[in-house]
Ligand binder design. Sequence first.
Ligand code: AMP
Length: 379
Amino acid sequence: MLPPGSWLGCLGGGQLGRMFVHAAQALGYKVLILDPDASGPAAQAADDVIVAAYDDAAAIARFARRVAAVTTEFENVPAATLERLAANLPTRPGAEAVRIAQDRRREKRFFADHGLPVGRFAIIERADDLGRADVGLFPGILKTATLGYDGKGQWRVNSREQALLAWMSVGQPPCVLEALVPFHREISVLVARSRDGAVAVWPVQENEHRDGILARTLVPARLDEGRPEAAQALAARLVAALDYVGVLAVEMFVTADGLLLNEMAPRPHNSGHYTIEACETSQFEQQARILAAAPLGATTLVQSAVMVNVLGDVWFDGEVRREPRFADVLALPGAHLHLYGKAEARRGRKMGHVTCTAPTLTEALATADAVSRALGIPQ
Ligand code: AMP
């Protein structure tokens, strides 16, 4: 295990990096962030920052000389940068897993090639691929292969003609066309794997999206008997198939016929923020433990939780800017407020979250409803 006081490096400076910094510092480590933004959420909390682009070879070399191990909080760090770092340093996760997760084509093929359950899809690189796409893929969702997030780079398409039009109008980027999945619920499972292959899976969380952005996460997920165990087993199979080292978030659809993988994120995840207050070990502490080659922590759920995302929208009443009523949130027993230190509130921008904890999910939901009312979040 790396001795406390060692420097851990993190590529990326958003809120996930900020919460990683907090957890790593609690264990006595120092954190160096590399990010193009000098004043982002993680840079504000870190012990030091290198302000540079993720492909700036000289800056990456300086970064590498100062840290004992490297992680990421942002999956669009070039895989080549991770490869360069991995030549000399423990890099968790490794470049290969990140390369797969960065591109929906590789991700979907990986799921299918490893016999993991995934919905019907086709890879679209030429107009002809859409021309030949199975009729069963409509109605469907066309998604750009790279750089999509929070529902961006996605189009609902009811027919081949609509799909072609949508694809042409956005410049014909490589895409994946997925059949629309008739799901009952969306869930995600966080899983951690250490260098020696030990696996720890957190409880299953249920996710509610609004306008393509995660709005709330409920834990434990309200699932039929046996389903949580099946979802956890699926996440464990995936992390082993990837030979992954680090924290992985796996999004799934719950359908009448069983579970289907949607996508994965090679890092802690918005839907796992509840682990800070509700679990024995948070996703960020686990990330720090793995980086430091320390034993994995227990992932047991200590209390039920509902996480409410706080988007920039709550700073606006129509066109008028207002200060959200955070005092009313802090007055609620069991409500834990996290703000990420972002200077400017914009609609749709993740500014913070509130995790509501309670002995039962019903009570946590009641607190979450009160949080939403206090902040003016539509329910
Ligand atoms: P993604 O970025 O792939 O997680 O997609 C964002 C959201 O769009 C998901 O959380 C779902 O609510 C919805 N979605 C994505 N893919 C599908 C699909 N194949 N069928 C139905 N809904 C989907």
